[in-house]
Design a protein around this ligand. Sequence first.
Ligand code: UT7
Length: 344
Amino acid sequence: MIQPVGARITGVGAAVPASVVTNADLERLVDTSDEWITTRTGIKQRRVVSENETATGLAVAAAREAIAYAGIAPGEIDLIIVATSTPDNLYPSTACMVQAAVGAQRAAAFDLEAACSGIIYALAVGQQFIGSGTFKTVLMVGVDIHSRFLNWEDRNTCILFGDAAGALVMQAADGENEILATYLRADGTGGHLLSIPNYGTAYPHAGTTPPKAVNRYLHMNGRAIYEFAVNAVPEAVRAACARAGIRVEDIDFFVPHQANQRIIKAAAERLKFKPEQIVSNLDQYGNTSAASIPLALRDALARGQIKPPATCALVGFGGGLTWGAAIIRWTAAERQMTEGFPNE
Ligand code: UT7
């Protein structure tokens, strides 16, 4: 019988573009106000890529920081999973581009698409490969560049999103199981509530020359996603805790997908988390989709908010619809993590 192997997170990294877009900047683009954006979402500013920045570039910068934090050589990596809904190309995968750039020559590599829940799905997949004894070291990156798919004339959506990448290194642990449990869900019947249509092969004119003008902007029913999220997040935390054999009261830190401060607050209240247990940097970066959880985790480690030992509930939700959670017992020796990003 195969003995399950424990998996733990040994590296964290993130990268954001240098260019900052403030709420005041958006007031000049659409009929909105800093007051509306701040009170309805909690966002004050976000980062947006320049013309020549790419998902791969951000992913590589985040991956390099996580690899350095873990203290491993790129050649030790067995598998790279990149969670993204906004890859540079349909193929090669962003994961293969990252593999080449970081020099992880032994690693298998693939992309995974679960929108804003992507990094939670990647954690669950990585844990399975480590748990089965197939791999010892897995690099996971969440990266999204939604600015390329936003209608900058639509105030309902353009104020919410930011571009970023976040990375985690997972390694087989001797006698420990730092990832206590994962929980994944999906409900495709709600797919139309949050989508980027007309991008793939369902759009029959994709190959015409010149390409036909088409609306391939992000579409969202904000209110419906809001209601889905405030129910999905507590459900995922409770279910993951039950799988981990712990109580919700045993969670030290709540690291939710950073979409809206009101969603985070409402979910935290339902779970009875105190304000100091909530990890949030949404005000600085907006909703960075698959990157948001490792970006927030990195920030909390750099600021000293999370200090090991700490049990953390990471929770994602988003397009698909998808949602899920991972319970991580953070016991890694505290390493130096500076607040500035290495790619800046
Ligand atoms: O990763 C998951 C991605 N998405 C989400 O998590 C989104 C979840 N949903 C939300 O965060 C919120 O629903 C929003 C922030 C998107 C919207 O907040 P809301 O409180 O649900 O507002 P609403 O959509 O009900 O709109 C209220 C009003 C509307 O005006 P009328 O029709 O009442 O006159 C909107 O047109 O606010 C208006 N509005 C704005 N006003 C100023 C919508 N966007 C803006 C804006 N500035 N940027």
